[in-house]
Design a protein around this ligand. Structure first.
Ligand code: NAP
Ligand code: GLV
Length: 319
């Protein structure tokens, strides 16, 4: 009797990974453990046409050399760098990270900045340098409204943390939202009202054609005198010279900036040495390898079974 034909082993998945260079090994190992049925190549090696691309800020050269995959996973929440690529394959789903360990970090960073503004950390640091005993009773948190631009995954995590500290919260999004403890403002017409009431303004919007330069001189001037600005989204949402002018004029009391138009922030940039600006190097919420890989691997498995996944980017909206 002829022996039955040997069953063909299932085809292995092919994944192309592109991360910040020094971390490639860690990502590759984690992805290989999460998806043992996959072959994983690390850019700039492109030994196959990948089923999936898993990448952070690939260059134009990347998609000149890589054929259209089934989906592109963005190793971060913000997708603007990917969407700006002129040769990003059309009609391929782009899937971003949702939280993946970033929401808690962002809530911590924003809470620290809001508390520092409310409890006047800058004023006490100055008083200590001068050896001055100068109590400045803080107003009640119930009178210290925080405006959150963006009520997505990260904005809602910040709202949750700040609500527990008793701050009134005003949240801005494209569509109206119901978030516990947050007064919802939606659309451009509602923005001036939110700005005029925000003692601290936290920017957690994606960078899209609708949000670039959003915080210009006119809108920043709508903030109450003595307000603080916290930008943790992208640098090009805030007009740098407008922010500095309003700080220098005494209209704004301070700014906490984690993101910049050019990163690293150039050494000669005035933000570095401004007495009322706190600068951090884009670390408010960093991508966590284990969380990100677990999320991406779970979504690849769903896609392979023909199931839908969350986190798909709307290219027309830009986020
Ligand atoms: P997300 O879940 O997509 O939320 C985006 C929010 O922005 C949504 O509430 C959305 O409104 C709102 N929005 C978008 N365009 C708008 C517009 N034109 N007018 C009003 N609201 C608008 O994003 P996420 O995960 O929270 O991340 C937000 C951003 O944080 C990322 O895009 C990235 O730039 C930045 N980020 C920074 C760091 C860091 O370390 N500094 C880390 C991670 C992320 P709807 O709810 O109505 O759609
Ligand atoms: C970081 O900035 C991100 O978008 O994940």
């Amino acid at each position: 009797m002829p022996s039955p034909p040997e069953a063909k082993p299932p085809a292995r998945l092919r994944i192309l990974l592109r991360t910040a260079r020094p971390q490639s090994d860690e990502w590759r190992t984690a992805l290989a453990q999460a998806l043992p049925d996959a072959d994983i190549a690390v850019w700039p090696d492109v030994p196959f046409a990948p089923d999936y691309v898993v990448a952070w800020r690939p260059s134009t050269e990347f998609f000149n050399r890589v054929a259209s995959p089934k989906a592109i996973f963005n190793l971060g929440a913000g997708v603007e760098a990917l969407l700006r690529l002129p040769n990003l394959p059309p009609d391929v789903p782009v899937i971003r990270l949702e939280d993946a360990g970033m929401a808690q970090q962002m809530a911590q960073y924003v809470t620290l900045a809001v508390l520092a503004a409310h409890r006047q950390r800058n004023a006490y640091a100055a008083a200590q340098r001068e050896g001055r005993w100068a109590p400045l009773p803080p107003g009640p948190s119930a009178q210290f409204a925080v405006g959150l631009l963006g009520l997505g995954v990260l904005g809602r995590a910040c709202a949750d943390a700040l609500r527990r500290l008793g701050y009134p919260l005003l949240g801005w999004s494209r569509e109206p939202k119901q978030v516990p403890g947050v007064e919802s403002f939606a659309g451009m017409d509602a923005l001036p009202q939110l700005l005029s009431r925000s003692r601290v303004l936290v920017c957690l919007l994606p960078a899209t054609p609708h949000t670039i330069d959003l915080l210009d001189a006119t809108r920043l001037a709508l903030l109450p005198r003595g307000a603080h600005v916290v930008n943790v989204s992208r640098g090009d949402l805030v007009v740098d010279h407008a922010l500095i002018a309003l700080l220098d004029a005494g209209h704004l009391a301070g700014a906490t900036l984690d993101v910049f138009r050019t990163e690293p922030l150039p050494p000669a940039h005035p933000f570095w040495h401004h007495p009322r600006i706190a600068v951090t190097p884009h670390i408010s919420a960093t991508t966590q390898v284990a969380d990100a890989v677990a999320q991406v691997a779970a979504k690849i498995r769903l896609l392979e079974r023909g199931q839908a996944v969350t986190g798909a980017v709307d290219r027309a909206l830009g986020y």
